[in-house]
Design a protein around this ligand. Structure first.
Ligand code: PLP
Length: 425
């Protein structure tokens, strides 16, 4: 009989050492999807805030999981079930290391950022928010950090308060602070805005909320692909992100929560794995993190997410942030030269996003013409309609960058925008 290769259960894989320097051509070779034409041009993919492309390491890890390890987890005593369980739990530990969480049991696997926020609203929120209480968000949130709180507030007859932003798309700190009151039961805001690219001063905002003993949820969907995040340093109570926006697969996301809060929260969904015993009289819930993971989870998704995290760790998050910062500055300067173009979102701290409108041209027409040039951008309200209202537009065109984009691609974007001007000139 051959011995089963096992990882010790307490083994937390060390992050791979970052490769010094940033060789974008070498990085691009890891993304097969980028090497294809679109409408007769070399594809330029600038829709990374919607979903990022996956390196071969992620695709291979998912294939390897299904070829070698697949079985249902936790409940099996057989060889494959143990292996699959190990893969899944090791992925959790890799996420723990990635976010610098104190414990692996503080990492809850969910479907996405959306599900993570709904989970908190429907568990923590339903217990702690009552009639006349307040939930504070900001004016730059994605719908998935608005609607779950609206649902909660409607049900509980509570009030949703919204901290305003200025003309640059930055949160107005004094107004945020003024809205923190004795009735505020939870605060939720994005780390990075998907529609504007604004990077919020999250540590500062968290300190201000904590000074009044108010817990904070941070929506990190647009942050984790672009910068190192340390939830213990930030001291946030909850942090949410999606795998697919950070080079991992769709269908997997993460909710980090502090043990003290998660422990006191009721389960979100009922089903297999989230219980320790069930009878018709009484069900005892499982311990963390399983209490919040009802049913068969996305095992292959967790494996793919681990591979994505290890991939960005190999590149080095600081190297990624520095490279992308340079690219964003280059792109901002380039498009600023284009007459009739207005940038939406000009915060002093920005990441990855270039949102713009053009006089007399509907953003959908911008997107369509760029598409004909092989350039993928997103047009619309970006699931942030209140942001559009704040800036008096229905929609914007949004180019969002990743570390595999290049200055040549930004030049192609600028040339594409010139073409839009010619067509509508
Ligand atoms: N929050 C922000 C800031 C986002 O940009 C997005 C998606 O664009 C979400 C939340 C929702 O992410 P998902 O659709 O993966 O749940």
């Amino acid at each position: 009989m051959t011995a089963v290769a096992r990882l010790p259960w307490d083994h937390v894989p060390a992050p791979p050492a970052a490769v010094p320097g940033f060789d974008v051509e070498r990085v691009r070779a890891d993304f097969p999807i980028l090497k294809q034409p679109a409408h007769g041009h070399q594809l330029v993919y600038l829709d990374n805030a919607a979903t990022a492309q996956k390196p071969k390491a992620v695709l291979d890890a998912i294939l390897r999981y299904y070829e070698h390890d697949n079985a249902n987890i936790h409940r099996g005593v057989h060889y494959l079930s143990e292996r699959a369980t190990q893969e899944y739990e090791t992925a959790r530990k890799v996420v723990q290391g990635f976010l610098h969480a104190g414990r692996a049991s503080e990492i809850i696997f969910v479907r996405s950022t959306t599900e993570a926020i709904n989970l908190v609203a429907q568990t923590y929120g339903r217990v702690h928010v009552g009639r006349g209480d307040e939930v504070l968000i900001t004016a730059m949130e994605h719908h998935s950090n608005i609607v779950p709180w609206q649902l909660l507030c409607e049900e509980k007859e509570a009030k949703l308060r919204v901290a305003p932003i200025n003309d640059e798309g930055e949160l107005i700190l004094e107004e945020f602070e003024a809205l923190l009151g004795s009735r505020t039961k939870i605060v939720a805001f994005s780390h990075v805005s998907n529609a504007l690219g604004t990077v919020n001063p999250v540590a500062q905002l968290i300190r201000r909320a904590h000074a009044r003993n108010i817990p904070v949820l941070v929506d990190g969907a647009q942050a984790v692909p672009h910068m190192a995040v340390n939830v213990e340093d930030l001291d946030c109570d909850f942090y949410a992100f999606s795998g697919h926006k950070m080079y991992g697969p769709t269908g997997i996301g993460v909710l980090y929560g502090k043990t003290a809060l998660l422990d006191r929260m009721p389960p979100y969904q009922g089903g297999g794995d989230m219980i320790s015993s069930v009878s018709f009289e009484k069900t005892i819930y499982n311990k963390l993190p399983h209490k919040f993971e009802a049913g068969t989870p996305d095992m292959a998704g967790a494996v793919g997410l681990r591979a994505a995290i290890e991939y960005v760790q190999r590149l080095g998050l600081d190297a990624i942030a520095a490279y992308e910062h340079e690219l964003l500055s280059y792109a901002t300067e380039k498009v600023a030269e284009i007459p009739e173009l207005r940038l939406i979102g000009t915060a002093s701290q920005k990441a990855a996003v270039l949102s713009f409108v053009m006089n007399g041209v509907h953003p959908h027409d911008i997107g369509t013409i760029l598409d004909q040039e092989g350039i993928a951008v997103r047009t619309g309200h970006h699931c942030a309609q209140p942001v559009m209202q704040r800036f008096g537009v229905d929609a914007t065109a949004r180019a969002s960058i990743a570390f595999y984009n290049t200055k040549e691609e930004i030049d192609r974007l600028a040339a594409g925008i010139e073409k839009v001007r010619e067509v509508f000139g």
